[in-house]
Design a protein. Structure first.
Length: 617
């Protein structure tokens, strides 16, 4: 039943030769890799407004347009730079791979750590924003927003991505295009009212009458930093180039350009309408829903666009599911994260990375109680740090390659590196006390962890490396006796199977011990008498256990035997273990065999073997 349910959710396994069929064309890649960036219009401009309108007396809301224009210019620089990253590194891996190639280990690991934190935040922020859009339209759901978040995360996004890139793209492609149609319909509808109908706003926003001071400049910078959350996800295409259909490099670059143009148009259009209609943040209602109501009223169109916004904000998290697992596979190949994160699952997706991302995002959602405002404070540090590292690596790439007009590209990437580095500093200054300090601690901690993992793998490789000399050293050692220990709770068919296996491997000088740990002396004697009738050739050792422990007395016996044996002797513990037909039946039996195996792992001269006996009913 469990296997049937699993197959229904995940689907049948795919052959390795079917990997080519899992690659996706540009029209599917755009929503899959860009849904995060495109959906950010649902919360990015609002985050600007929240800061600018926080202190009405300062009149900072009049700077809304300037902040949006600055973000659009920065978006163009970053998108152009990542197109060059794709061209220089068509194998994927984005900032991490290009930094490893041209800047070295530490910048590459910093980029990897920054993207890891950014992708997790992308999932958490996107899902929480989607739920915020849902509760704006249906306030009755507000008390259950965390449960809605977790259901979407696990029940929808994780399951669909475990089914493979092709199926996930097929499921998620149309909602993204419907959202884009809804956003451009809203923008065109608003512009129609402004320029054709001539609708005038009801009230004017207080204009800035005071000169800029240190406080106002700091607030403007914080608004800019909040708005830069609209650029998260721009790097996802560079991370997932291998998932594109051929020609992969060209298709990925074109998709990056299309994504940047669409996002710039939406940011500009929505920002203009916010300013024209003088829309201010309202607690409990998203600013986007206020705009839609202003343009279309609270009718069918309002609810349709709210639903489309909710869906795309949920699907924006899917960008991370297609960006982080491939990135982790590159890092796993280099030995900086666990190797299994580089393994493809049954559906040819990096399933272990998908599960890791799900768990990490779920923890964030629960810890921060699904609050977009709290999570957004952690945002943008990681992504702009990775932008800076990637563009610095591209500067080194062009200086090394000396391709035609290389100095132009050096200027472009150099400018991008300087601008994004300034954004990192701005975000750190303006958001440090609001939560950015957490990311400042997390990134160095992740880099340290990556280095420790790599050091472990290097030690393992060094110790496991088999040279001809090492092989001869093992072969020159004279083999000793094999002392076989069989734990016996009572004589059963499972024990008989273990005895058969022991005798099949028994050498002339080997010895078998049947060991019974008895918590009751009378019962122990009965077991010994029955054993002598069944198998008199094998000695049974009774070990009293007055404190009713099972594994500890047996471990003590094995330790004593280790001290008494010759240096070349080997101790083998054969554990008779039965396998129940149904999984839930295992809950009805103790796990003494598993416990004993775990306790014996530290003894290099003790071999633990499980002899299974399978039940048929």
């Amino acid at each position: 039943m469990f296997k049937t349910l699993y197959r229904m959710m995940i689907g049948k396994p795919l052959d390795s030769h079917e990997a080519e069929g899992e690659r996706i064309p540009k029209w599917k890649a755009l929503p899959i890799f860009s849904s995060d960036a495109l959906s950010s219009v649902g919360y990015g401009p609002e985050q600007i407004a929240l800061v600018l309108a926080a202190v009405p007396a300062l009149g900072l809301y009049s700077y809304f347009g300037a902040v949006v224009i600055a973000i659009i210019i920065l978006l163009g620089v970053v998108a152009l730079s990542y197109s060059q990253v794709i061209k220089a590194n068509p194998g994927g891996g984005g900032s991490y791979a290009i930094a490893m190639k041209y800047l070295g280990v530490y910048p590459a690991l910093t980029a990897g750590a920054a993207l890891f934190s950014d992708y997790i935040l992308t999932v958490a922020v996107s899902i929480c924003s989607g739920t915020a859009a849902l509760t704006s339209a249906f306030p009755i759901l507000a008390p259950y927003h965390i449960y809605v978040d977790l259901f979407v995360l696990v029940g929808v996004l994780m399951i669909f991505n475990l089914r493979g890139v092709k199926e996930a793209s097929t499921a998620f492609v149309w909602p993204t295009y419907i959202f884009l149609a809804a956003m451009f319909t809203t923008i065109l509808g608003g512009l129609y009212q402004v320029f054709i109908v001539g609708v005038m706003p009801q009230e004017a926003v207080v204009q800035s009458s005071e000169p800029l001071t240190g406080v106002t400049v700091l607030l403007l910078l914080r608004a800019f930093a909040n708005g830069c959350s609209s650029m998260t996800g721009v790097e996802a295409i560079a991370d997932g180039v291998p998932l594109f259909k051929a020609p992969q490099e060209r298709n990925a670059m074109i998709t990056t350009g299309i994504m940047a143009c669409i996002l710039a148009c939406m940011l500009g259009g929505i920002g203009y309408l916010f300013i024209y209609f003088h829309l201010l943040p309202i607690e409990g209602v998203t600013l986007m829903s206020v705009l839609v109501e202003e343009v279309f009223g609270r009718g069918v169109m309002f609810y349709f666009i709210q639903l489309a916004t909710m869906v795309i904000l949920y699907l924006a998290a899917n960008t991370a599911f297609n960006g982080l697992p491939p990135l982790l596979s590159f890092m796993a190949r280099d030995g900086y994260v666990p190797r299994y994160l580089g393994d493809r699952g049954e559906r040819l997706s990096f399933s272990n990375g998908i599960v890791l991302l799900t768990l990490a995002a779920a923890i964030l959602i629960v810890v921060f109680e699904g609050s977009v405002e709290h999570l957004i404070s952690l945002y943008a540090v990681g992504v702009f740090l990775s932008f800076t590292i990637a563009q610095s690596a591209m500067v080194m790439h062009w200086k090394t390659s000396k391709e035609k007009n290389w100095w132009i590209y050096v200027c472009i990437n150099g400018l991008g590196a300087v601008v994004t580095a300034c954004v990192v500093i701005i975000v750190l200054i303006t958001k440090f006390i609001y939560g950015a300090w957490i990311v400042c601690l997390l990134i160095p901690a992740l880099v340290y962890m990556y280095l420790k993992i790599h050091h472990h793998y290097e030690n393992v490789r060094e110790q496991l490396l088999l040279t001809p000399e090492a092989y001869q050293t093992y072969m020159k050692v004279e083999a000793g006796r094999n002392l076989i220990i069989i734990p016996v709770a009572s004589p059963t068919q499972a024990v008989a199977k273990a005895i058969y296996y022991a005798k099949a491997t028994l050498g002339p000088d080997d010895k078998i011990y049947a060991v019974h740990v008895c918590t009751d002396e009378i019962k122990g004697e009965k077991v010994k008498q029955l054993w002598q009738r069944l198998e008199p050739s094998i000695e049974m050792v009774l070990i009293p256990s007055p404190y009713r422990q099972l594994s500890s007395p047996l471990v003590t016996f094995i330790r004593r035997l280790r001290k008494a044996k010759s240096p070349n002797d080997v101790i083998t513990v054969l554990i008779p273990e039965f396998e129940t037909k149904k999984i839930w039946h295992r809950l009805l039996h103790n796990q003494s065999g598993m416990i004993l195996r775990a306790r014996m792992l530290n003894y290099v001269d003790v071999v633990v073997v499980t002899v299974p006996f399978k039940f048929t009913k």
